[in-house]
Design a protein around this ligand. Structure first.
Ligand SMILES: *Cc1c(COP(=O)(O)O)cnc(C)c1O
Length: 391
């Protein structure tokens, strides 16, 4: 198919001639067959073609989830894409599919904090050890490699601090040592970065964020190459991680406008970044300033930037920073992001105590902004009035 992905996203229901333009929501536990022979036939087909959408029970999915898997595999340019009930479910599935007691994991220092909890603490109880590397010094990654290393887990950019890493270099280090790789690509989505094409074995996206785009559903996707597919398939089977058809329908609906929304998030975020770049007490954690390492690493691998950014603010007290966040009127205060609306949070990275390499001065604080689809002039005016609280 030669149509661009923008066209494909609008025409994913083409197979349903003489039917509604949207796919039906098929809800099922039991799937009925005419005979035992028919059941066996379907099971044989599923064995021969495990990505083909041959189901004999609802836990394996229905046509509604299968359509979403096909759309995402096309977007990711992956062999297959697994769906999970949350984004974190996809992180869990990726890690559990390829590690066993005695193995070691090397993970980026600024991974999403539940990912840190899972690797650093929970898996330790199963004799799986994790070490963390400095996202801006890959020597720390190479040094951590042992004969037991099974997986390198990357998140790009890093949560809260938005460190962009040399992804190609990470893949080549992993290949040299025959180590599997996974990346959490929730920030950019495969619209801006295609990790499987870059050589990663697994790519995670929280569908809760930009895929859905409307803050009304949770879900996750795990795109894989052919090599790890059997391992993930086998693990999925025994974990029962499954996205329901109603959630899959909402995510498919969101995906039709993924490109339109992300292009606008990017435009709006760029305008906000331009405004914020003039303040001496604020360091932008966003690929905006051309002379930075983060910008170069972003430019090297991404075709665009999304609407999530960090501000590293020098302030006289935490109280002043919290006041700044509270005084934002057009930004909601709440977790998650990737929906149509703007959000703001003071991120207490220091208190989370889960960074080995982050050096934050005593008077530095991190605020996370999600730049939504509102009029950017209104957002900038709002930030401008709230910034007075920092004085
Ligand atoms: C939100 C998020 C997740 C988890 O997704 P949920 O759908 O909330 O479970 C994982 N990774 C990153 C980078 C995220 O921002």
């Amino acid at each position: 198919m030669s149509n661009s992905f923008k066209t494909f996203l609008k025409h994913t229901a083409k197979d349903f001639h003489n039917q509604s333009v949207n796919p039906p929501i098929v809800r099922a536990s039991t799937i009925i067959f005419k005979s035992m022979q028919d059941i066996r036939k379907t099971q044989d087909k599923a064995k021969k073609n495990p990505t083909g959408g041959h189901f004999d029970y609802g836990r394996q999915g229905t046509s509604t989830t299968h359509i979403l898997q096909q759309i995402l595999s096309k977007l990711e340019e992956s062999y297959f894409t697994f769906l999970t009930p949350t984004g974190f479910g996809a992180v869990f599935l990726a890690i559990f599919s390829v590690t066993r007691p005695g193995d070691e994991i090397i993970a980026a220092d600024p991974v999403y904090s539940p990912t840190r909890l899972l690797t650093q603490d929970f898996l330790k109880e199963f004799n799986i050890k994790t070490t963390f590397y400095d996202p801006h010094d890959l020597k720390t990654l190479e040094k951590a490699i042992t004969t037991k290393t099974k997986l390198i887990f990357v998140e790009n950019p890093g949560s809260n601090t938005f460190d962009f890493q040399d992804l190609g270099k990470i893949v080549s280090i992993a290949k040299k040592h025959k180590i599997l790789t996974a990346i959490d690509n929730t920030w950019g989505t495969p619209y801006f970065l295609k990790p499987i094409k870059l050589g990663f074995d697994m790519a995670i996206v929280s569908a809760t964020k930009y895929y859905s785009g409307h803050s009304d559903v949770m879900g996750g996707s795990l795109a894989v190459n052919k090599k790890v597919f059997p391992k993930v398939k086998a693990t999925e089977r025994v974990t029962g991680l499954r996205l329901g058809p109603d959630d899959a329908y909402l995510i498919t609906r969101g995906l039709r406008t993924l490109d339109v929304r992300l292009d606008r998030h990017r435009e709006n975020a760029k305008k906000v970044a331009e405004f914020l770049s003039k303040f001496k007490n604020i360091k932008l954690l966003y690929p905006y300033k051309k002379d930075s390492y983060n910008f170069r690493m972003w430019k090297k691998y991404y075709s665009g930037a999304s609407g999530l950014m960090g501000l590293r603010i020098k302030a006289k007290s935490e109280k002043a920073v919290v006041k700044f966040v509270n005084n934002l009127k057009l930004f909601g205060h709440g977790y998650s992001w990737g929906g149509f609306e703007s959000l703001a949070l003071h991120q207490n990275v220091r208190e989370q105590g889960n960074r080995s390499y982050l050096k934050l001065a005593k008077n530095e604080y991190i605020v996370r902004l999600h730049i939504g689809l509102e009029d950017p002039a209104d957002l900038i005016a709002d930030i401008k009035q709230a910034l007075k609280s920092l004085k």
